[in-house]
Ligand binder design. Structure first.
Ligand code: GLU
Length: 446
């Protein structure tokens, strides 16, 4: 049997993301949450966030907050919130019923007789379930034996809690990582024993590092809030995560959240591991940055240019976006002096002004000529500036003319082209910087 989106047609879809707050939200968890959320949104269903905090020793409030922060940042709003520890009375109630009905019983923990536990009475049936991604999966459950489902009547354990909670929330589709497959037979056995409906299972592929090993810290940041703090766009991260294990069936790679909701389908979730590549993420992020309305771009950039002249920041905005892949790159490049010369006259040594094939006199002569010619040119755009001086540069040799000019403006070996810088600085500032440079060269001569 093949399960596909038709499984969503005549039911109200209810999905869940069920993280254990025993660590921060990482990209894998965020991807699982996203697939569950997209599927619920697509079919007008509900998305349940269930914090599985029954492991009191390893669960912390901080991790829970990190998970909530990450989901909020991505915009994956849940419709229903469940805290698993608060469902404990229900887990116990079901456990008692199971014991009464004989599908669970108290027994020795081990042959050493260290204490009692509660075991599931496993009839050892062969279970086949249809995974929406992998098709039919069959397990012989005899090898699971009478597995433990509670430490005692007061302490039901994990599998029982998951099955009861999924049942109580009416979960129709369990979308979770592939590592959940091995839990499925136990959970189905419990579900059958308590008469709970069996949800449709959708096990999504692992996220792998570029070298196909399991993604871990050594491959870069794995926690979601780290990506937020690096200044990635949430919508870009969603776009990128959606493509980790799902594809639209054609060449498209850039999607808005709305488009993803419309396009997402179980059919196009892949079996094979999904490779996480930071280069790809950076590319997707840059595409999203470029698509943002100008004012939104500005709002994201502004904190990195705090205290700077707003008009000037707006003037270099598209140039900045062109140079970066994520907002924090502004800071990284800024430390290397990438933007400073747009705001303050650069400091440098006269030697820098001299092109490798030229000399001091030549550089000075060209700057003097440019200073005159550039009184009357149009600074409206890089193109108008170029028009104003191009003939001269062509006649005298582009390097001879444009190197000293560009260096006079930026004080840097590498920078934006001189036409763009001039149009951003405007006439007065351009001429002042050329004059400063000429003075430096005269001193240098003398
Ligand atoms: N709480 C489990 C985890 O964080 C997931 C449970 C599930 O999806 O069934 O790994």
């Amino acid at each position: 049997m093949k399960i596909n989106d038709s499984s969503a047609e005549h039911t109200k879809v209810i999905t869940r993301f069920a993280p254990s707050p025993t660590g921060v939200l990482h990209v894998g968890g965020a991807r699982t949450a996203l697939f569950s959320w997209l599927f619920a949104r697509k079919y007008g269903g509900e998305f349940v966030l269930r914090i599985e905090d029954t492991d009191t020793e390893r669960s912390t409030k901080e991790y829970e907050e990190d998970i909530l922060d990450g989901l909020t940042w991505l915009g994956l709003k849940h419709d229903i919130f469940v805290r698993q520890s608060e469902q404990m009375p229900r887990h116990k109630e079901v456990l008692r019923e199971m014991i009464e009905k004989g599908s669970a019983y108290e027994a020795e923990e081990n042959t050493a007789g260290t204490g009692k536990v509660i075991r599931f009475k496993n009839t050892g049936e062969t279970i086949t379930f249809t995974d929406a991604v992998r098709g039919d999966i069959t397990f012989d459950t005899t090898e699971l034996g009478d597995f433990v489902i509670a430490r005692d009547i007061e302490h039901p354990l994990y599998h029982l809690a998951v099955v009861v909670d999924d049942c109580d929330s009416g979960i129709t589709h369990v979308i979770r990582g592939e590592d959940g497959i091995s839990n499925t037979p136990r959970q189905i056995l419990i579900a059958r024993a308590i008469g709970a409906p069996e949800p449709i299972y959708v096990h999504i592929p692992l996220i792998l590092a570029p070298d196909k090993s399991k993604l871990s810290k050594r491959h870069g940041a794995v926690s979601l809030t780290a990506y937020r703090d690096m200044g990635y766009e949430p919508e870009a991260l969603i776009n990128f995560l959606a493509l980790l294990g799902w594809n639209p069936g054609d060449e498209r790679e850039i999607f808005s959240v709305e488009e993803l909701i419309a396009e997402f389908s179980l059919e196009r979730i892949q079996k094979g591991g999904a490779v996480f590549s930071t280069e790809k993420l950076d590319w997707v992020n840059k595409e999203h940055m470029k698509l943002m309305p100008k004012n939104d771009q500005y709002a994201r950039m502004a904190p990195y240019f705090e205290g700077r002249d707003e008009k000037r920041v707006r003037a270099i905005q598209s140039l900045v976006v062109e140079r970066i892949s994520k907002w924090s790159d502004i800071q990284t490049l800024g430390k290397e002096g990438e933007w400073e010369y747009f705001f303050t006259a650069p400091e440098y040594k006269a030697e820098g002004l001299i092109w490798k094939k030229g000399d001091t006199n030549e550089a000075l002569q060209h700057l003097d000529n440019l200073a005159k010619a550039m009184q009357s040119i149009d600074y409206a755009t890089p193109e108008t500036v170029k028009e104003g001086i191009w003939d001269y540069a062509e006649k005298e040799g582009r390097g001879n003319v444009l190197w000293p000019l560009r260096y006079a403006l930026s004080g840097r070996e590498k920078s934006t082209d001189p036409f763009t810088i001039c149009s951003i600085l405007g006439r007065d500032e351009t001429l002042a910087r050329i004059e400063t440079a000429a003075k430096k060269l005269r001193n240098h001569q003398g």
